[in-house]
Design a binder for this molecule. Structure first.
Ligand code: PEP
Length: 249
C-alpha cells in the first residue's frame, strides 16, 4: 500500500516570522497525529529555522536544488547540502520550475538521481496544461513526464512519490473534479505497472495538487488512487491545512 502524504508547498511566500509561526502552530497540532506523513516545503532561506524546531511530527523538504554535489554554481544548493542540513524531502519537476525556469525532463532526471543519492525522498511533479488537455493530449504528456523515471532501480523508486498537478488547476481556484483526478491517477498507476511492476506501482504514493483545499480534499482523498495531496495556497492557512491533513486519514 502506498503511504499517505500531505505536503505543503509554501512557494515564495511568507516572511521569516510568519513561516516560523505557521510551522510552530502546525507542529503543535500535529505532534501526536496519526495518519498521513506531513511535509512542509518552505522557501529555502527558512529551512534551517524550521529544522531547529523539535517535537514536530512534520518532515521538512526543499522546493529546489541543483544536481551537482558542490562547486562553482553561484546561487545554487545541492541535495547533499540539504540532507546535511536535515531535510528529508525535495520537490522536483514542479510546473513552475518547468515553465518559468525552463527545466527539462533531462535536467529533472539528473536532479532526481542526485536527490536520491543524497538520501532525500523526491516528490516528482507532473501535469498537463489546459491547452494540452483541450487537445486531448493529457495522457501523452503525463506518460512522457513519468517515463523520466524509467532508468531508476527498485531501491531508487522507494524514494519517489509522484504529484499529479494539472497546470490549469494550480493556483487558479479551479480544481480537477474527483473523477478527472482519479482517472489521471489510475492512468499514472497503470504507467508505473507498465514501466516497472504491479508491486512497485502499488507502493509509489500519487498525490493530487491543484487548488486542493479544505472544501474539496475529503472527496479527492476518498478516491482509490489518490494517496494525499500537494497543497499550495491552502497550506498557508493553518486551519485549512490542518483540516486537509485530517481528511487524509
Ligand atoms: C502547487 O503549486 O503545488 C499547488 C498545488 O498550488 P495550489 O494548491 O495553490 O493550486
Amino acid at each position: 500500500m502506498a503511504k499517505k502524504i500531505v505536503a505543503a508547498n509554501w512557494k515564495m511566500n511568507l516572511l521569516r516570522k510568519e513561516a516560523i509561526s505557521l510551522f510552530n502552530g502546525l507542529s503543535k497540532s500535529l505532534l501526536d497525529h496519526k495518519g498521513a506523513e506531513v511535509v512542509v516545503f518552505p522557501p529555502s532561506i527558512y529551512l534551517a529555522d524550521l529544522l531547529q524546531v523539535t517535537n514536530t511530527g512534520i518532515h521538512v523538504g526543499a522546493q529546489n536544488f541543483y544536481f551537482e554535489e558542490k562547486g562553482a554554481y553561484t546561487g545554487e544548493v545541492s541535495a547533499t547540502q540539504l540532507k546535511d542540513l536535515g531535510c528529508s524531502y525535495a520537490l522536483v519537476g514542479h510546473s513552475e520550475r518547468r515553465m518559468i525556469f525552463g527545466e527539462s525532463n533531462e535536467l529533472l532526471f539528473k536532479k532526481i538521481k542526485s536527490g536520491i543519492e543524497a538520501g532525500l525522498h523526491i516528490v516528482y511533479c507532473c501535469g498537463e496544461s489546459l491547452e494540452q488537455r483541450e487537445l486531448g493530449n493529457e495522457k501523452t504528456i503525463i506518460l512522457e513526464q513519468i517515463e523520466v523515471l524509467r532508468p531508476l532501480s527498485t531501491e531508487e523508486l522507494n524514494k519517489i512519490s509522484i504529484a499529479y498537478e494539472p497546470i490549469w488547476a494550480i493556483g487558479t481556484g479551479v480544481t480537477a473534479s474527483s473523477s478527472q483526478a482519479e482517472e489521471m491517477h489510475a492512468f499514472i498507476r497503470g504507467v508505473l505497472v507498465d514501466l516497472f511492476s504491479e508491486s512497485i506501482s502499488d507502493y509509489i504514493s500519487i498525490l493530487y495538487g491543484g487548488s486542493c483545499n479544505e472544501n474539496n480534499a475529503e472527496e479527492l482523498f476518498s478516491c482509490q488512487n489518490i494517496d494525499g495531496g500537494l497543497i499550495g495556497g491552502a497550506s498557508l492557512k493553518q486551519n485549512a491545512f490542518l483540516q486537509i491533513v485530517e481528511f487524509s486519514k
